[in-house]
Ligand binder design. Structure first.
Ligand code: PLP
Length: 457
């Protein structure tokens, strides 16, 4: 098998597509720390979560032992509209770099939302509909999640209310219009529509918002509107579960040609694409069946893994959400406004946080100008215009391939190309005009933010 020529794109047939999601937590000896009720500091019960989240999603969120969940037929049918996503052998990039490394990327940008987020959006909308709900609320930063959710909601006939971080609402009018095309209502956050929005605006007049603020608003709206629940596009265990489709397809495609990766690389915002991509590989690693180097890539301007604390923190700025033990920069942390490259969330998936804490994966941070250099190099040789978020993974994949060039090692590198960058041309413009800067928070900045961590333990 290994001598067989590997095609540019390895596709799976419909029959070869995964029929179940894989729950990585089932194979973890030390489980991710539970969500805590901020008032009692006791683990959140399903009853306490029920006003916020859909019932089936709560079950998935809290289940640390079931390894496989069947993908319902309605979701599998929707997946067939844009999956399997291609696993591409980056022959052109390899040649350009003159590296002996073999580079593959799993491309999740082949759907209208332009990212992997649709994989979880469709699942969350399905369970909300099945529960008989009227609609869902959510937040969106750059807009990929809001777009994915509005597509999923229109498919199942659910209302969709999106709080969009104000700076993105203003900078990305076309994203907003895509969401409205799919029937979503979009409000710039912070807004006067919610009490928490009013509070944040009173404390910080003129603020351009943050994901943490928008989450608080969406949660308040969901819990005060009958027939509504809140849905989140990253960070949560349930989202990593749905995103395992990425890794399962990747592994099935590689297995077809007998290819075993040495290094698996993904960008990390809240950790959902990375958690999904690595799931089956990390599962093997946890069970002692195989070993891989796994690398999370984050922006130097929002370095949760590499400079954060592993501690209980709020998931949102308004402190209305449960406490989550994760690598965090503090819920009050707002990345510099000149950071254009996405991945701005202050915290990280509890699952990935625990794996990183145990040394089962690595993390590196990269400055945004070097990310855009990699994005442009990739676009010019592989054709795809990558999202800035995805380009963090490209940066480190290229760096690892260049290291192989020095050592002569023929390593196999797989990275997640999470989406396309058509709505990020303002950031590309800044880069082309030489106006992009690399703001990196100082230790003092971070210390100020850590001081606001809740006292737990
Ligand atoms: C949202 C997003 C990310 C980061 O989110 P994760 O939950 O860390 O995966 C990365 N790339 C793209 C294109 C995104 O839309």
């Amino acid at each position: 098998m290994t001598n067989q020529t590997i095609p540019y794109k390895i596709y799976l047939s419909e029959n070869e597509m995964p029929k179940q999601w894989y729950n990585l937590r089932a194979d973890m000896k030390i489980k991710p720390a539970p969500l805590l009720n901020p008032a009692t500091l006791k683990p959140m019960t399903p009853q306490e979560l029920a006003p916020v989240f859909c019932e089936e999603l709560i079950r998935q969120e809290l289940d640390d032992t079931t390894a496989y969940f069947d993908i319902p037929e309605e979701i599998a049918n929707f997946y067939k509209m844009y999956r399997p996503s291609p696993l591409v052998r980056a022959y052109c990039l390899e040649q350009k770099l003159q590296t002996p490394a073999k580079i593959y990327y799993k491309f999740e940008g082949n759907n209208t939302s332009g990212s992997h987020k649709l994989n979880s959006a469709i699942a969350q909308a399905y369970y909300a509909k099945k529960q008989g709900l009227k609609g869902v609320t959510t937040e969106t930063g750059a807009g990929q999640w809001g777009t994915a959710l509005s597509m999923a909601c229109s498919y199942f006939g659910l209302d969709c209310k999106v709080y969009m971080v104000k700076v993105s609402y203003e900078q990305k009018p076309f994203r907003r219009e895509v969401m409205r095309t799919y029937g979503a209502s979009v409000t710039p956050s912070p807004s006067m529509e919610t009490q928490v929005g009013q509070r944040i605006l009173a404390a910080h007049p003129g603020t351009t918002g943050s994901l943490g603020c928008a989450i608080s608003e969406a949660v308040e709206k969901a819990t005060t509107t009958p027939g509504y629940r809140y849905v989140l596009g990253s960070v949560l265990n349930q989202v990593l579960l749905h995103q395992s489709i990425i890794g399962l397809e990747t592994k099935a495609a590689l297995d077809k040609y007998g290819v075993k990766p040495d290094i698996i690389i993904g960008c990390a915002g809240g950790g959902s694409n990375l958690g999904g991509l690595i799931a089956p590989f990390m599962g093997q690693k946890l069970r002692g069946e195989a070993d891989y180097r796994i690398i999370a890539v984050e922006p130097a301007s929002c370095p949760s893994f590499t400079r954060g604390r592993y501690a209980y923190d709020f998931c949102d700025t308004g402190m209305v959400c449960p406490l989550s033990k994760m690598y965090t920069l503090g819920s009050g942390f707002i990345p510099s406004a000149n950071h254009a490259g996405g991945l701005r969330y202050h915290g990280m998936s509890t699952t990935l946080s625990e794996l990183y804490h145990e040394g089962l994966m690595e993390a590196v941070s990269v400055a945004q100008t070097s990310v855009f250099e990699a994005a442009e190099e990739f676009a010019r040789i592989e054709g795809i215009l990558p999202a800035p978020e995805s380009s963090h993974a490209i940066r480190v994949a290229i760096d690892e391939a260049m290291r192989c060039k020095q050592t002569g090692e023929e390593k196999t590198i797989v990275f997640g190309l999470t989406g396309t960058g058509y709505f990020d041309m303002v950031a590309y413009e800044k880069f082309h005009d030489g106006l992009m800067t690399d703001y990196i928070p100082s230790d003092e900045d971070l210390a100020a933010s850590f001081a606001g961590l809740p006292k737990v333990d």
